[in-house]
Write a protein that binds this ligand. Structure first.
Ligand code: HEC
Length: 184
């Protein structure tokens, strides 16, 4: 009888112990959750503080106008007007495998490009153009050359010009400025 009484006594202590441990564990979790909830507020505040300077600027129209004028990238025309022709000549080497640029130059894989700026597309005698370039029916001016050299196949879908494109607008502007010198 004493034995079973002792077992009951000790198991009561054991159950109490486990219960206490559980309670303190849940309590800790609750505290962590509370702490997280508290932290969420200051983060929002930080985010607000960070976006505020921009909002302040937009309320001052004059200030914004000055800033955008300074930051605006140069236009294609400005870049062509101020282009380094030597740089353009160097870049033309990327085209030279397929194009000659000199007067009376031979057609290669692509047509001779003497006098190309300002001329109608697909009109060089003796070159067999793709249907795509013929039906483009446009003129090679600064804007169209810029688009074509950027991504030939995007600008004239179906062109047989096998050139991926020149990414930098500064490079295209320098090349176009130099191409313009290859004319009468
Ligand atoms: C792998 C060969 C190849 C390279 C490299 C190449 N082209 Fe061409 N290009 C062609 C071919 C082929 C055509 C004719 C496309 C057609 O008929 O669809 C052409 C057409 C053109 C035309 C239109 C000519 C016209 O008479 O209407 C221009 C302008 C031109 N290329 C410029 C360039 C420039 C600038 C570069 C260098 C950045 C270049 N190409 C690089 C093969 C090439």
């Amino acid at each position: 009888m004493i034995g079973s009484g002792m077992i009951k006594f000790f198991s009561a202590i054991l159950v109490a112990g486990i219960t206490l441990t559980l309670i303190s564990f849940i309590g800790n979790k609750a505290i962590i959750a509370q702490e997280l909830e508290k932290d969420a507020v200051p983060i929002e505040v930080i985010a607000k503080v960070k976006t505020e300077p921009k909002q302040v600027k937009t309320t001052n129209n004059e200030e914004v106008a000055i800033e955008t004028a300074e930051e605006a990238p140069a236009s294609l025309e400005e870049l062509i007007a101020s282009a380094d022709l030597k740089k353009g000549a160097k870049l033309s080497k990327k085209c030279a495998a397929c194009h000659s640029f000199n007067e009376g130059g031979k057609h290669k894989i692509g047509p001779n490009l003497w006098n190309i700026v300002g001329s109608k597309a697909a009109t060089k005698d003796g070159f067999k153009y793709s249907k795509a370039l013929i039906s483009f029916d446009g003129e090679w001016n600064h804007a169209s050359l810029n688009e074509f050299i950027l991504k030939p196949k995007k600008f004239i879908s179906g062109t047989k010009m096998g050139y991926a494109g020149m990414k930098k607008i500064e490079d295209r502007a320098a090349l176009i400025a130099w191409m313009q010198t290859q004319s009468e």
